[in-house]
Every structure is written in structure tokens, then in C-alpha cells.
Design a protein around this ligand. Structure first.
Ligand SMILES: *Cc1c(COP(=O)(O)O)cnc(C)c1O
Length: 379
């Protein structure tokens, strides 16, 4: 938790727009995950907040990583290889999963020497992997219900349960090893039965594969989707953990390894942004503030992630319904049309909390405005 006073000091010191990442909070989230899901090894989904310092902190806590592109692979590899070598692990396999079911041939060719674990969900991908990364281990990505998730992740990826075992057997026929099954229930999933349904579908696939003669599967990757506590409607993580733990126990014997790919859950609450008011006007009778950060930058999650980040003032005072706009010329660059804010002036700072996931990760330089400076605290 970073106090308002500290946030303001940081903005004065580093300038705005600023994105502050609190590493105490990263560690706290990681430990919460491990404590409530002791059987599950978390692979941090780097796309939620691709940053070297975050990778190093989570690695030291014991995290593994989920990457989906060569630059993400390199970000993780370069930042952990020194630390991993010290531990003398046969480490890539345990530390990195390449969880993008569709991989460019060029990427497979580079990845092959690392003998990575990669996901797949279609016949064409089996052919590509066989030809360009024959040393990879495979994990079948299964299509599962994403009901009620804030961000749907099942229309673009995932083998349907009906074709899953056909795919596993085809990979086997081509001499590849399918290590297990993965799924994603949708990001910011607050409907916890999605996990129950997905785990039961996965257990069905294990059974069917076995009955058709394939017995080499030893891992289940339960993906991401673990919700950040953006508001009070999100039920506690321990409630979700209890549901997952009891299904895991019921469906999968102890020797089956369980992985997860939490992204948002680790980084969302660790991020704070501070911006400055660069102009003000009254539009349709409403106080309207223009700040030096917006939806093309730290607030990009409002577009891509369907999230909302309330804008708060450091100043106190009687509040009025106000609008907050980003700095670009695009009328899409609206952070909020209805924020309760006290009367503010040019150069005043405003801030947002829980803005660490899918925010600066998808910031652009549109219209010439640079993304926020990222500052790490409590490293
Ligand atoms: C985005 C993504 C994640 C992370 O999802 P969260 O909802 O942020 O936990 C995990 N796995 C895959 C394959 C993803 O695409």
C-alpha cells in the first residue's frame, strides 16, 4: 500500500505521467496465491505487465513465467538466467511456458534449442511444431466456458472438447509428447463456476485420452483469470481457491502437476498512476479536466481490458460531477465523463489505484505523447 503523501512525493520527484509499481504488493499477491493454492505453481503471464524488475521480483519469490512472443521470452530469459544458473536447475522447462497456441515458424525455430513447453490447439500447429521445434513439449489448449469474465479469451483459442483427444493422438502419432492440458476461463473471472466446469472438462479429456491409449499426460495448466479486487463485488480469492482446491483433489491424483498463469492477480493492485492537470474547461456545464495521461497510455486498459480506473484528487473539498480527458486530440481519449472531484487547478495532480495490469503494458506513443515513466518502489 502506497500512501497518498508518498505518491505525491514520487510525482514531484520523477515528474508525470508516472506509473508506480509497489514490489511489496507484488510479493504479497504472489504469497497469497501460493498460500491459498499450495498445489499450484504460478507462471506469471508477462503480458499483464511486461517489466524486467517485476520479472526479477517474482522469480525470487519462486514464480515461473508464461510468455507469448519471442520478446517476452527474452525478457524473462535474460532476467532470470543468471539467477537460475546459480540454482543449477534443469530450469527452462519448469520456469517458462510459451502459452500462445499460434506461433510463427521463425519463433519455433529459435525456441527449439531451449526445449520449451508450448501450447497448441489445432492440427496445423502440430505440423509446424513437428517440423520447426521437434524438441518442444506440448500442452493442449482446451476451449472452456468464459461466462461472465470481464475479458473473453475463448473465441480465438482452444480446441473444442470433442476434437481435443484427436489432436493429442495426432501429436503422439507424429512423435511429439503432449504433457497435459491448459485452458483460460476468461480474464477477471468473477463467476467461479467457470473453473469448476473447465476442470471437469479437462478431467474428461484425461479419461478419454487414457481410454484411447494415451497415458503420458502429467500436467494441468489452469490458466489465468484470477480476479483483482477492483470493487466489492469480487468475492475473496480464498473462496475461489477453496473451490479450485477441492476440484483438483477430487479430479486429479497427486502426481499430476498443476500450473496456473495468473497475470492480473499479481500486478493489478501493485500499480498506481499519477498525472497532472494540463488544462481545464467547462463543457456542457461540467468541470472538465485535461490530464497528461489517457486511454492511449496508462488508461489504455479502459479500451483493451474493459476496465475502469477511478480518477482521484489529492486535494479535499466539496466535489462536483466532472469529466476527465486524456491529452491527445482524439475524442476517444476520455477517461471519465462522471468523476466526483473537488475543484482542481492546472498543475494539480490526480491519481488512480489498482492500475497495474494491462495498462502501461498496452500504452502507445499516439499523437506524440510518451507513456508514463515507470518507477519501482519497495524493491
Ligand atoms: C492473458 C493470459 C493469461 C493471464 O490472464 P489473467 O486473466 O491476467 O490472469 C494467462 N494465460 C494466457 C494463455 C493468456 O492469454
Amino acid at each position: 500500500m502506497i500512501s497518498k503523501a508518498r505518491l505525491k512525493q514520487l510525482a514531484e520527484k520523477h515528474g508525470t505521467p508516472l506509473l508506480v509499481v509497489d514490489h511489496d504488493e507484488l510479493r504479497k499477491n504472489f504469497r497469497t496465491f501460493r498460500r491459498f493454492l499450495p498445489r499450484v505453481q504460478p507462471y506469471f503471464a508477462v503480458k499483464a505487465g511486461a517489466d524486467a524488475a517485476i520479472v526479477r521480483t517474482l522469480y525470487k519469490e519462486g514464480a515461473s513465467f508464461d510468455v507469448a512472443s519471442m520478446p517476452e521470452f527474452e525478457l524473462v530469459y535474460e532476467n532470470i538466467k543468471g539467477m537460475a544458473a546459480k540454482k543449477r536447475q534443469a530450469w527452462i522447462w519448469n520456469k517458462i511456458i510459451y502459452a500462445n497456441p499460434i506461433k510463427p515458424v521463425e519463433t519455433l525455430e529459435v525456441l527449439d534449442e531451449y526445449k520449451p513447453l508450448v501450447t497448441f490447439d489445432n492440427f496445423d500447429e502440430i505440423e509446424k511444431i513437428k517440423k520447426h521445434a521437434p524438441h518442444a513439449g506440448l500442452c493442449l489448449r482446451l476451449k472452456v466456458p468464459n461466462t461472465g469474465a470481464m475479458v473473453e479469451l475463448s473465441s480465438k483459442f482452444g480446441a473444442s472438447p470433442g476434437e481435443a483427444v484427436d489432436l493429442i493422438l495426432e501429436a503422439d502419432r507424429q512423435g511429439l509428447v503432449v504433457e497435459g492440458v491448459s485452458f483460460h476461463v476468461g480474464s477477471q473471472t468473477t463467476n467461479y463456476t467457470n473453473y469448476v466446469e473447465a476442470l471437469n472438462l479437462t478431467a474428461d479429456i484425461f479419461r478419454e485420452a487414457k481410454s484411447r491409449g494415451y497415458d503420458k499426460m502429467k500436467l494441468v495448466d489452469i490458466g489465468g483469470g484470477f480476479p483483482a479486487p477492483y470493487d466489492s463485488s469480487v468475492r475473496p480469492f480464498r473462496e475461489l481457491a477453496r473451490i479450485i482446491n477441492s476440484e483438483l483433489k477430487r479430479l486429479f491424483p497427486k502426481h499430476i502437476e498443476i500450473l496456473a498463469e495468473p497475470g492480473r492477480f499479481f500486478v493489478a493492485t501493485a500499480g498506481y498512476s499519477v498525472a497532472k492537470i494540463i488544462g481545464k474547461a467547462v463543457r456542457d456545464g461540467k468541470p472538465s479536466y485535461y490530464i497528461n495521461d489517457g486511454v492511449y497510455h496508462t488508461y489504455s486498459g479502459q479500451i483493451f481490458d474493459h476496465a475502469k480506473y477511478p480518477v482521484k484528487a489529492f486535494k479535499r473539498g466539496k466535489t462536483k460531477l466532472s469529466a476527465v480527458f486524456g491529452p491527445t486530440c482524439d475524442a476517444l481519449d476520455v477517461i471519465s465523463m462522471a468523476e466526483d472531484l473537488p475543484a482542481l487547478n492546472r498543475d494539480d495532480f490526480v491519481y488512480s489505484e489498482m492500475i497495474g495490469a494491462y495498462t502501461y503494458a498496452s500504452a502507445t506513443t499516439f499523437n506524440g505523447f510518451s507513456p508514463a515513466k515507470v518507477v519501482h518502489v519497495n524493491l
